[in-house]
Write a new protein. Structure first.
Length: 361
């Protein structure tokens, strides 16, 4: 019997269009001999629609124009595990076996949608509420990782309504420039500025404050950025390690998705011993913060070999050529197999079934 797989796309965050590209690729890769696909689009205003139009209209952001969009809402009855479809003359129920929330950033990757799906009794791909919320908070996840003995960049954080000018001056005196000024809870480098002098600090704080109520100032780490992909629940499977070669100040939103000057090296140009060390650290973080399904864990690697934690992406970019699927190819997962494995992992973790060694291909 086929599973009913609901792919959620869009969302209310600034990463809306990134979600559309990721979701389009995921939809096309789902094995339709094993699954029926249900498409649920979330508008920038937060409205949920059952979408029955062409997949191409998702990637080019024209899906909302189709009359086939029908309002849906979650059924808050765990025995139903699905959504209400509000048709013109009737309300139908649509069962969902597994949801794939291909949503990035706020209200998608931060535990919000995960909480709704939990309350509705819908299995879903990816980390749960706690881990999703934790990883969306740069300050709190760094504290936990630091407790594992893994280094993090020196930083201070504060509320945008109470800017601690003296603390900022003290921080500059200790660490000097360049510095990164970031919203605490935002993804894809949105709202982040690299500042090289005191005059740039306040404009950067104001920019970050557009995206979150809390701001962090962080010492810029000299070195390359590396990432490691992992899938699994209680028995994580560690993928490869890649390396970002930058020709600009930092890996900002434009560089992440257009690669105008940055190059991604897969595998990373590092010794095998260093690669194993990164994979071990990534696995330790994955287990400690109770990741499920998938995550990409990013670090900075300094020239002296020191590894500095950067962040955990619980729903990384997911086109076929995105970093995460490429990292998992090293572990033997082609794109289609990766998607099917994540669907199976979602069923296992919610149903309490002991995880088996995922089929590779």
């Amino acid at each position: 019997m086929k599973k009913q797989i609901a792919v959620f796309f869009g969302g209310e965050s600034p990463e809306y269009e990134v979600s559309l590209q990721s979701a389009t690729a995921v939809i096309r890769a789902i094995d339709t001999t094993k699954n029926d696909v249900i498409l649920i689009g979330i508008t920038r205003a937060g409205k949920w629609y059952l979408y029955e139009g062409p997949v191409e209209a998702i990637s080019n952001n024209k899906w909302e124009q189709y009359s086939s969009c029908i309002i849906v809402s979650p059924i808050m009855d765990k025995s139903e595990s699905g959504v209400y479809v509000h048709r013109a003359i009737s309300i139908e129920t649509c069962k969902i076996d597994v949801a794939i929330p291909v949503l990035h950033g706020q209200n998608g990757e931060d535990g919000t949608i995960q909480g709704v799906l939990d309350l509705a009794g819908i299995n879903y791909v990816g980390c749960g509420v706690f881990t999703s919320a934790l990883c969306s908070d740069k300050v709190q996840v760094q504290k936990l990782v630091q407790n594992l003995g893994i280094q993090v960049a020196p930083s201070i954080h504060f509320d945008r309504e109470q800017i601690p000018h003296i603390r900022i001056q003290d921080f500059i005196a200790q660490h000097d420039f360049p510095l990164f000024i970031k919203p605490v809870r935002a993804g894809s480098s949105i709202g982040i500025s690299m500042v090289a002098n005191k005059d740039a600090i306040m404009p950067a704080i104001k920019h970050a404050a557009q995206f979150d109520t809390e701001i962090t100032i962080e010492k810029a780490i000299q070195g390359s950025e590396v990432g490691c992909g992992i899938i699994g629940n209680s028995k994580p499977i560690v993928g490869g390690v890649d390396e970002i070669e930058l020709n600009s100040d930092f890996f900002n939103f434009t560089e992440k998705y257009e690669l105008l000057s940055a190059q991604i090296h897969m595998p990373a140009r590092i010794p095998l011993k260093t690669k194993r060390y990164i994979q071990k650290a990534a696995r330790a973080i994955y287990m400690a913060i109770h990741c499920e399904g998938l995550s990409r864990i990013d670090f900075f690697l300094q020239e002296d070999g020191q590894l500095i934690f950067n962040e955990v992406n619980t729903m990384p970019g997911f086109t076929e050529h995105s970093r995460f699927p490429t990292l998992m190819k090293e572990a033997g997962y082609c794109y289609e197999t990766l998607i099917q494995t994540l669907i199976e992992l979602a069923s296992e973790k919610r149903n309490g079934v002991i995880e088996h060694e995922a089929t590779k291909g």
